[in-house]
Design a protein around this ligand. Structure first.
Ligand SMILES: *Cc1c(COP(=O)(O)O)cnc(C)c1O
Length: 407
C-alpha cells in the first residue's frame, strides 16, 4: 500500500512501520557484528508489539527500562531470560515487577542499585545476574550523544570500580556477572563507532582485572540512523573484522563465549522502517513567513530522538510539484509556539488537504512524543509486511480511578 492509500483508508496522522525494513536492518547489523555475539533491542526506540515481536523472532534479546517495557517485551514473545532491565533509577517497585515476571538480568548503576536488586531478589527467593554499568574515564569522540567519560547519572565511574572493587562484587542474590558499557549514541561513521567499541573492549579487559572473570560483556552500541529527514541507514562493512581483532587480543576467551559479547541497538534497527503521514490543515503567510499547519506536531513527533534538540523534520510531499519549492515553517495543531516541527524547511508548495510524509521515524516517534498534551487522538499505527497491511492499532490514554486511602 502506498502512503496515499494508507492515508485515505486510515486517515492522518498515521504512523506506518514496515516489518520488511526491520528485518533488513537487523540482517545488515548482524553481519556488521563479530560472531559469536548477542544483540539486545532497546525498546525505548519503538515499543510497538509487532516491531518487538519481529526482532524477538529474529533472535534479539530485549533491553528494557521500565515496568511497562518489561511487559511489552514479554507480551511480544521475548523470553524472560532474554530481558535485561537497565537504567539509573530502578525503583524497588520496578525491580519487583521485573522479578515477578521472571526477569533476572539487571544492569546495575551503583552499589546502592546492586544492593537494592539483591534485597528484592532475596525476598522473591531468586538469584539475579547483574551487569555492572561502568562510566569510562575518557569520552569517546564523535558521539551524537555522549553517555560516558563525563559526569553522568549512568553507571559507576571506572576509577571508582578500580579503587574499590569490593563495593561492586555483589551478593548471594545479586552477583555481578558482567559489564554494561554504553558509551554513546547515533554514530553514523564506521571509524568513530569502531573506535568507541574498541575503547569499550579495552575498558572491559581492565575491569575484568579488578572484578575477576565475567560471563557477559555488553559493549553497548551507538549504531546511527537518520531521523525525520531523508537519508540511508549507514552500513558498517569493516566493523566486524576490526572488533574481532581487538576481541582476540583483549578478551581471548570470547570466541568460546567467555565472556559472551553483547551489543545493543534501538534506532538503527527500526528508524528506517517508519513513516509519519501528516495532513496539511492550513497554509498561511505571517509577516513574510510561510506557515504550513499540520494535523500533528510535537504531540505525535516529539523529536525526543535522544539528541537534546528539536528534530530537523524534512518531509516529502505526496503529489506536489517538486520544482515549485517554498521555504516554510512547519507547525502542528497545539496551542503553543513550541509546536514547531521545522523552520526554514524547503517543501514543494502545498495546500490544505495535501499529504506530507516524514521519513525515518520508526525510532523515537510516537512514544517519544508529548502524547497527552492537549488531548488529540493519537495516530493510527499501521504495520506492513510484504507491502500489505498486517496490523492497525491506536494507542489510547485512559485515566483510571485509584482508591483513596487516608493513611
Ligand atoms: C537508549 C539506549 C540504547 C539505544 O540507543 P539507540 O541510539 O537508539 O541505539 C541502548 N542502550 C542503552 C543503555 C540506552 O539507554
Amino acid at each position: 500500500m502506498t502512503p496515499a492509500e494508507i492515508a485515505a483508508r486510515f486517515g492522518t496522522p498515521a504512523y506506518v512501520y514496515d516489518l520488511d525494513a526491520v528485518t533488513a536492518a537487523h540482517a545488515d547489523l548482524r553481519s556488521a557484528l563479530p560472531d559469536p555475539s548477542v544483540l539486545y533491542y532497546s525498546l525505548k526506540a519503538n515499543p510497538h508489539p509487532a516491531v518487538i515481536g519481529e526482532l524477538a523472532r529474529l533472535g534479539c534479546r530485549a533491553e528494557v527500562s521500565s515496568d511497562g517495557e518489561v511487559d511489552a517485551a514479554l507480551a511480544a514473545g521475548v523470553r524472560p531470560d532474554a530481558v535485561m532491565l537497565t537504567g539509573p533509577g530502578k525503583s524497588g517497585r520496578v525491580i519487583d515487577h521485573a522479578l515477578r515476571r521472571g526477569v533476572t538480568r539487571f544492569s546495575v548503576d551503583s552499589p546502592t542499585d546492586l544492593r537494592r536488586v539483591g534485597d528484592h531478589a532475596e525476598r522473591h527467593g531468586v538469584r539475579t545476574s547483574c551487569l555492572l554499568r561502568v562510566n569510562a574515564d575518557e569520552a569517546a569522540a564523535g558521539s551524537g550523544l555522549t553517555m560516558t567519560g563525563t559526569a553522568s547519572q549512568f553507571g559507576a565511574d571506572a576509577g571508582w570500580v578500580a579503587a574499590r572493587p569490593e563495593e561492586f562484587r555483589g551478593h548471594k542474590t545479586a552477583t555481578v556477572t558482567g559489564l554494561h558499557l554504553y558509551m554513546g549514541s547515533n554514530l553514523m561513521d564506521e571509524d568513530a563507532l569502531a573506535h568507541q567499541l574498541e575503547m569499550a573492549i579495552d575498558l572491559a579487559a581492565r575491569m575484568i582485572g579488578h572484578l575477576g572473570d565475567l560471563e557477559e560483556v555488553d559493549l553497548g552500541g551507538g549504531f546511527g540512523a537518520p531521523y525525520a529527514h531523508r537519508g540511508a541507514r549507514p552500513r558498517f562493512p569493516g566493523l566486524a573484522d576490526r572488533l574481532t581483532r581487538v576481541l582476540d587480543d583483549r578478551l581471548p576467551g570470547w570466541r568460546g563465549g567467555a565472556p559472551l559479547i553483547a551489543f545493543e541497538s534501538g534506532r538503527h534497527l527500526v528508524a528506517d522502517s517508519g513513516l509519519l503521514l501528516a495532513g496539511v490543515v492550513d497554509v498561511k503567510r505571517s509577516k513574510g513567513e510561510t506557515f504550513v499547519v499540520l494535523d500533528c506536531g510535537v504531540n505525535h513527533l516529539g523529536g525526543m530522538s535522544g539528541l537534546r534538540r528539536l528534530p530537523r523534520v524534512a518531509p516529502d510531499v505526496v503529489g506536489g510539484d517538486a520544482a515549485d519549492v517554498v521555504t516554510a515553517t512547519l507547525v502542528g495543531p497545539l496551542c503553543t509556539p513550541l509546536d514547531t516541527l521545522g523552520r526554514d524547511v524547503r517543501v514543494p508548495r502545498v495546500s490544505p488537504g495535501d499529504l506530507l510524509v516524514v521519513p525515518n521515524v520508526g525510532a523515537y516517534g510516537l512514544t517519544a512524543s508529548l502524547l497527552a498534551f492537549l488531548g488529540h487522538t493519537p495516530p493510527a499505527e499501521v504495520v506492513l509486511r510484504g507491502g500489505e497491511v498486517f496490523d492497525v492499532t491506536r494507542l489510547t490514554l485512559t485515566r483510571t480511578s485509584t482508591s483513596v486511602h487516608s493513611g
